[in-house]
Write a protein that binds this ligand. Sequence first.
Ligand SMILES: C[S@@+](CC[C@H](N)C(=O)[O-])C[C@H]1O[C@@H](n2cnc3c(N)ncnc32)[C@H](O)[C@@H]1O
Length: 280
Amino acid sequence: MLDNSALHKKVKSILYSLTGITLSENKDIMIANRLHKLKRDTKYSGDIEELLEAIEDGEYQMEFINSFTTNKTHFFREDFHFTDLINRVLPEFAKSGKDIKMYCSASSTGEEPYSMAMTVLEAQETLGKKINATILATDIDTNVLQYAANGIYRYSKSSKEFPQWIKPQKYFKRRVQKTLANEEILIKVKPELQKMVTFQVMNLNDPTYPYEKNYFDVIFCRNVLIYFSTPDQNKILKKLFNHLKMGGTLYLGHSENPHDLINYVQRIGQNIFIKTKELP
Ligand SMILES: C[S@@+](CC[C@H](N)C(=O)[O-])C[C@H]1O[C@@H](n2cnc3c(N)ncnc32)[C@H](O)[C@@H]1O
């Protein structure tokens, strides 16, 4: 029988091989809680050690991944990226009439890609021109993708989530339901927003990505690299970069770093990078 330390070592090794996520030291309480939840979700009748063996043999892998991802997000997180999108990127596409292809590479419960979509619709209205935008949103966690595709969120009027230039009632319908705790209500994304976003499951740790080279005009890769080791962050960044067009924009999370891409980009703002050169 494995002791706790050996059990946690096994969890870390399985998580790394399935997702590339590296769990740092002092995550014992988190691992214990998530293992407990995993056992409940899978309704596995044996003990945790047997469950981990079953996962290593290929069973319950989706449930394992879904239990061990951290999905914290909110609408217009790091809103200066959306300000850059509306002020600098989108006017070009409104002017040229060219399609804009955007990619949200760790979309969690959907707030980030829907914020991208609201920014496009807002730009369209301000500029008085149609913008043909598509947004691909991927994540490794199938539960959050399902949640995102449903597009139902809790909202409180006192929330500071939305910037001043976004009126949530333009983009969400109130669900007929009693007010929840803390004056919260349920809101549902309107169809015009929903139809701009396609959700798909994708593992950033896969050796290659199923997209054309130089396909995207904009890539959001925010608050996900932090879960990977520096060498693995570099690998992911390089794979993503191959699918970004020359002159396209890469947005990274506030504590993330472009590492080896630094000589191939121009930094134009807080973790905003324009592709200036192809990788060798
Ligand atoms: C903290 S959330 C960040 C969400 C959003 N990008 C933001 O900045 O608010 C991190 C997301 O990365 C996803 N993730 C973790 N490992 C991944 C992998 N190997 N491939 C794809 N997504 C992954 C998780 O499931 C989670 O939803």
